[in-house]
Design a binder for this molecule. Structure first.
Ligand SMILES: Cc1ncc(COP(=O)(O)O)c(C=O)c1O
Length: 372
């Protein structure tokens, strides 16, 4: 039967559907009882958020004027000016920009996904490519493919542990070996990194921005995990540095000579705030089971090699499917392309209550005892 879909959508679905069905949970997995640590969402502040929204609405939605303003169409393109002023002030306060962010520099979208998709649509033509250093959040595949029909060229760092040291060489290799260099239009960098939960050092960011400038590429910096530094970190931890603090056409000390109109910083409120289960998962347990992990410094998850003996994608799948049936779902590492032939890794979210995390860790521990 004819689906009635456009040719464009049929083509995208052909590419995307097999990938989407790969990420569905195994049969017999019970979402009602299992603990789902696979999604990058933050549960720990839901109580406070609920309270905040309720009181904000109660306190501010009473006057006739506010109501009229709130429900009116925005007077300008790019969303309501008050909203953009508030966001500009937020970026000026927390992202340390070299140049003051003005409301006209801000475009409001429906979350970071919409921002990335709109940007790609704006800077790429159908069939163009974008370089994304691995491992990368696999949501980019849907965002780039489904509407804009843009390909991802993966830049491969050698291992998960030193991805930041190899940023520039991996970008250069991806660019130099690409079949059609002229069709590469941008680099997307995720900083702080999803799934590795660490920040790129300033030197790596500058090199990446210089590379974009040299090759005439747009630099899209997804900073959705900005301001999620975990507490109690050693002073040697690489801090978060926003691309906004480095973007400068005139090159004062420490900045990058780059055309600011080619730098796009993406942020949304989706991920920010607390991460109470971390202590339970990282210190107590993973070390006890001798599980390798990338020390998280930012964000709401950690990346760990739970399936220590997995040698193939299939073995990894079997391991994590079995763990899901035992009641804990994590996000399998093979979906984060970039570091080839390393199997067994998973992104484990800890932004849940300590009680939930303790229960998850107990289940994972019992499972590892039987399956390592
Ligand atoms: C790196 C990254 N960018 C963007 C998004 C999408 O964010 P939003 O929920 O604001 O659309 C996510 C969501 O998981 C993400 O991990």
């Amino acid at each position: 039967m004819d689906s009635g879909l456009s040719n464009r959508m049929k083509l995208s679905l052909k590419d995307l559907l097999p990938k989407l069905s790969e990420t569905t949970p195994p049969k017999l997995y019970n979402p009602a009882t299992a603990i789902d640590l696979s999604l990058a969402q933050n549960e720990v502040i839901r109580g406070e958020l609920l309270e905040y929204f309720k009181t904000t609405i109660e306190d501010n939605f009473t006057q006739e004027l506010t109501l009229m303003k709130t429900f009116a169409s925005p007077a300008t393109e790019g969303e309501d000016i008050q909203h953009r002023k508030a966001l500009a002030s937020f970026f000026n306060s927390y992202f340390n920009p070299i140049h003051t962010v003005l409301p006209e520099h801000v475009v409001v979208t429906a979350g970071a996904s919409d921002a990335v998709e709109s940007l790609i649509h704006a800077v790429c033509n159908d069939g163009d490519s974008v370089i994304v250093p691995g491992p990368y959040w696999y949501g980019y595949e849907t965002l780039l493919k489904s509407r804009a029909n843009v390909n991802i060229i993966v830049a491969h760092p050698p291992t998960y542990h030193n991805h930041d040291n190899y940023l520039l060489p991996s970008l250069q290799a991806a660019f130099n070996f690409a079949a059609e260099r002229s069709r590469i239009k941008a680099v997307i960098l995720c900083n702080p990194h999803n799934p590795l939960a660490q920040c790129y050092p300033k030197r790596a960011l500058i090199e990446c921005m210089e590379f974009c400038q040299e090759q005439g590429l747009h630099f899209i910096c997804d900073e959705i995990f900005a301001l999620t530094a975990l507490s109690g970190l050693p002073t040697t931890t690489t801090p978060f540095i926003s691309a906004l603090s480095l973007t400068e056409p005139l090159v004062p000390e420490g900045a990058v000579k780059i055309d600011p109109s080619r730098v796009h910083v993406v942020w949304s409120a989706s991920k920010l705030f607390g991460a109470s289960g971390l202590r339970v998962v990282s210190q107590d347990s993973l070390q006890r089971w001798d599980v390798k992990f990338v020390q998280p410094t930012h964000g709401i998850f950690l990346f760990a090699k739970l399936a220590q003996n997995a040698k193939t994608a299939e073995e990894e799948k079997q391991f994590f499917d079995k763990l899901a049936l035992q009641g804990v779902r994590v996000d399998a590492g093979r979906f984060y392309k970039g570091v080839e032939l390393e199997y067994g890794w998973a992104r484990i979210r800890f932004s849940v209550s300590k009680e939930v995390m303790t229960s998850a860790v107990t289940t994972i521990g019992t499972f590892l005892d039987k399956n390592s």
